[in-house]
Design a binder for this molecule. Structure first.
Ligand SMILES: Nc1ncnc2c1ncn2[C@@H]1O[C@H](COP(=O)(O)OP(=O)(O)OP(=O)(O)O)[C@@H](O)[C@H]1O
Ligand SMILES: [Mg+2]
Length: 233
């Protein structure tokens, strides 16, 4: 499989406080990869390091062969990495259409049809202001806004935060279509069962280190994962 994102020996810090150590990670073309782990493990920090929002160092941090080290947030967006942050951060007073169009601003893409195809609900609500939408609909807009830049990788932080399981499922069901259309997905998810069922591969992060990684199906069946994250055994 062709790799899009490749990371070797990444560490990250806030000021002097180190929060990630020796992280190795890759994401393949059209692949869905999940990142799971307890609160405070460093999942958000890893996404922030990859999108240039947290200070990091690495032996390799490259995207489609381009070195990401030292690039600004904007330059990383321009190489094709979208980041859907924890908490979604939409403009609540703007409509769905305008929130989506802001996502396509840098790439001059104002055509919302791909997003509406993936999330038909947004098509019905295209003129509604985002502040009045349900949490699930807002998450669809946040992901849609990320896709508007036509990225090769979309990183989604806490997809399920505050959402009912049925809504989470509805959104997660769209991820394979997103990946198949050429945008790989790096998913941070508290719902480990959902995360491992959807992904091809996964990484388990604990206190700033990757402690397990592999095929998602194998991790789902692993007794250590079942005990620590799924309440089984
Ligand atoms: N802006 C910051 N300044 C200083 N320390 C921070 C900052 N953001 C996060 N940290 C610390 O970095 C560590 C990793 O936090 P991070 O938010 O990356 O974890 P997480 O796995 O995303 O957790 P959660 O599941 O709660 O979202 C924690 O110890 C946290 O206190
Ligand atoms: Mg987090």
């Amino acid at each position: 499989m062709r790799q899009v994102l490749e990371v070797h020996n990444l560490s990250a810090r806030y000021g002097r406080v180190e929060v990630l150590w020796e992280v190795d990670l890759f994401v393949g073309s059209k692949e869905i990869v999940s990142l799971v782990g307890p609160n405070g493990a460093g999942k958000t920090s890893l996404l922030r390091a990859l999108s240039g929002m947290a200070s990091s160092s690495a032996d390799v941090m490259s995207f489609r062969g381009k070195d990401l080290r030292g690039l600004s947030i904007e330059q990383i967006v321009d190489v094709g990495i979208a980041h859907v942050p924890e908490g979604r951060r939409l403009f609540p007073g703007l409509t769905v259409r305008d929130n989506l169009r802001l996502g396509g601003w840098r790439t001059h893409n104002q055509d919302v049809s791909r997003v509406v195809e993936l999330f038909p609900k947004l098509g019905q609500r295209i003129n509604q202001v985002c502040g009045t939408m349900s949490g699930g609909e807002q998450q669809m807009v946040a992901i849609g806004r990320g896709l508007m830049g036509e990225p090769d990788l979309i990183m989604i932080d806490e997809l399920s935060m505050g959402l009912a399981p049925v809504v989470v499922e509805e959104i997660i069901d769209v991820l394979p279509d997103i990946a198949a259309s050429g945008t790989s997905v790096l998913l941070v998810e508290q719902d480990v069962d959902a995360a491992l069922t959807t992904a091809e591969r996964a990484y388990v992060l604990e206190t700033g280190r990757v402690v397990m990684s592999g095929q998602a199906g194998e991790l789902l069946a692993d007794p250590r994962i079942q005990q620590a994250y799924l309440g089984i055994g």
